[in-house]
Design a protein around this ligand. Structure first.
Ligand code: ZN
Length: 233
């Protein structure tokens, strides 16, 4: 589960925006941009005006349910922050209670995805945005968070359907961000520096999970759907 430390995930985007402005100026091939041109570019920075279509998901197998915007921060990954990790969580509750918690602005935490014991996948935060799930600002900015419905001390909660659905999701994330399928890039919340969380716990079968992700990663890329609720896979 995520943290209750949203304030720790403060806004430090200004510096990065300034760098991006510099990059755009360089890319135009213009040595000097007029001050008003720079100002206009500033407000066209990634994450500021990028159009977002309601209900669009980043993974073709996911259903969209919006999290409260108190539980994430607007960004434009991977252009502003490099995504190089998938962080595995366990909700310590039911699928529905996790969805409700992430919709609650008072919860101050949420992950991008929740995977159910029946293999269903719900996306609640776009991957381009920073979800408050790891309890560590740097890790939040660099990662995609996936929750799994259940309890760390109940191995029976981690069903075949859950492992397989989650592995397919993680495989697509690794493909899109060009991440190696290994434990350096796919880690548990417990491994995040500074966390006091123990999920996914000792019953989460990492060897099995990594094998499933590798298998899904090398499987043929699914045909992109033309449905408006599935822009990517
Ligand atoms: Zn967690």
């Amino acid at each position: 589960m995520g943290e209750n430390r949203a304030s720790a995930d403060g806004d430090r985007r200004i510096g990065r925006r300034a760098l991006i402005v510099g990059g755009i100026a360089a890319a135009t091939g213009t040595a000097v941009l007029a001050r008003d041109e720079l100002a206009r570019l500033w407000w066209r920075m990634p994450g500021v005006e990028k159009p977002r279509e309601q209900g669009v998901v980043d993974y073709a197998g996911a259903r969209w349910v919006a999290a409260s915007d108190a539980n994430w921060r607007r960004a434009d990954r991977p252009d502003d922050y490099h995504v190089d990790m998938v962080i595995v969580h366990v909700t310590q509750g039911s699928f529905d209670s996790a969805v409700q918690a992430f919709q609650d602005p008072g919860h101050k935490a949420a992950a991008h995805y929740i995977v159910g014991q029946d293999g269903r996948v719900t996306q609640m935060i776009r991957e381009l945005d920073v979800a408050y799930h790891a309890g560590n600002r740097d890790y939040n900015e660099r990662s995609i968070g996936i929750e799994h419905a259940g309890f760390v001390d109940r191995p029976e909660d981690f069903t075949d359907e859950m492992y397989e659905a989650s592995a397919r999701l993680t495989a697509r994330i690794c493909a899109r961000y060009d991440l190696p399928v290994d434990r350096k890039h796919i880690l548990g919340h417990v491994e995040v520096p500074g966390t006091d969380h123990t999920d996914p716990g000792p019953h989460w079968d990492w060897d099995r999970y990594l094998k499933l992700v590798r298998r899904a990663r090398t499987a043929p890329t699914p045909t992109p759907s033309t449905s408006p609720s599935s822009t990517a896979g």
